[in-house]
Design a binder for this molecule. Structure first.
Ligand code: NAD
Length: 325
């Protein structure tokens, strides 16, 4: 492990907040947490952590954030679930400024490790048309036909990381996350992703007594979902590894959205009438993570069962909804 100050960009968000918590659990004390959101809106905040509100699209803010830092985790992005990324392609693409300015600042100050959070949205859409998927392996990102907007920004930023490593010797590491879920994340407001959205809808149906649920698409689209603990482990293993190519960090437990709803209904102890909204954004028909390379390179792959992770996620969202009621 590399000693020295660690900077987490996007620390007010879901994964960034959990990462800071995990670093503290490991006894790390020299942590700088940065996010554009006012501190009251961060999902998790910790005493003793230097927490800065900075807009990392700005070059000067990146220089301030990176000053004196040895390891950078870039988890900052203007993003959300399918409902957000399909309607906000321009905003998603502007996130390119964050990674670009962070890389430039990191190069100047001699940062030792630079982690970039990419996404399964970089994969070629042609490989994701069938719900009976062949899991995506790293080579499937090319020839390039990623998710419009969000996926293009991720693919471009991956290549920036690669070229900063090749040309300037900055040690960049890139993970392609596949749908991450867990407590302390977005579950309403339009940026939430399927696992949190399904939990919220089931909880609301149960509390209101109106036993119905709206599902985006026909429910047959397939995905894999990675629990946050696995995401944190993979992120840190990859950051400190010698793996220089982008690597899948995702679960390979494939489910349809209907099966995801089955799981949440079972946790909640309800059965709901399902109304399918075929005009809502639903993303690609099928997507799974091929973890062959991850296993080979890291000797590990995400292993939390979806049922177990969803139970914890459901409980947290349930308590939040009750607390705010
Ligand atoms: P999140 O939205 O919860 O967190 C991102 C954080 O970045 C937010 O708190 C946001 O305020 C912050 N941010 C946005 N613009 C900023 C700016 N200009 N300056 C500083 N901070 C800024 O998202 P997350 O789920 O924690 O995702 C973290 C990273 O992982 C993102 O890069 C995301 O694209 C990537 N990713 C996430 C998933 C997933 O399922 N959650 C999947 C694939 C990739």
């Amino acid at each position: 492990m590399i000693p020295g100050k660690i900077m987490v960009a996007g620390a007010g968000g879901f994964i960034g907040g959990h990462l800071v918590a995990d670093l503290l659990r490991q006894g790390k004390r020299d942590i700088r947490a940065v996010d554009v959101k006012p501190s009251g809106e961060w999902y998790q905040k910790f005493p003793g952590v230097e927490s800065l509100q900075l807009d990392l699209q700005e070059k000067a803010s990146c220089e301030q954030a990176v000053d004196g830092v040895e390891v950078i985790y870039n988890l900052a992005a203007d993003m959300g679930g399918m409902g957000f990324i399909e309607m906000n392609k321009g905003l998603c693409m502007l996130t390119v400024l964050i990674n670009t300015h962070l890389l430039m600042a990191a190069r100047k100050t001699g940062v030792q490790r630079f982690f970039y959070a990419s996404s399964a949205c970089v994969y070629n859409a042609d490989k994701q048309r069938d719900p009976n998927v062949t899991a995506l392996k790293e080579a499937d990102a090319y020839p390039a036909m990623p998710e419009d907007g969000y996926g293009w920004e991720k693919l471009f930023s991956e290549r920036m990381c690669r070229h900063f490593r090749e040309d300037f010797g900055l040690q960049t590491r890139v993970a392609r996350y596949h749908n991450v879920y867990g407590p302390h994340g977005t579950y309403d407001g339009g940026r939430e992703k399927a696992p949190a959205a399904v939990c919220r809808k089931v909880i609301q149906a149960k509390l209101s007594g109106k036993h119905e649920i709206e599902i985006w698409g026909d429910g047959k689209q397939t995905r894999s979902f990675m629990y946050i603990d696995d995401c944190l482990k993979g992120t840190q293993m990859l950051t400190h590894s010698d793996v220089i190519e982008p690597l899948n960090i995702g679960s390979s437990e494939l489910v349809s959205i209907n099966q995801l709803v089955d799981i949440v209904e079972e946790i909640a102890g309800v059965k709901l009438k399902r109304n399918y909204n075929l005009s809502a954004p639903k993303g690609v028909n099928g997507r799974n993570s091929d973890n062959t390379l991850t296993r080979q390179k890291l000797g590990w792959e995400p292993c939390t069962r979806l049922r177990d992770g969803m139970e914890k996620t459901y409980r947290w969202i349930h308590d939040e909804i009750i607390r705010k009621a």
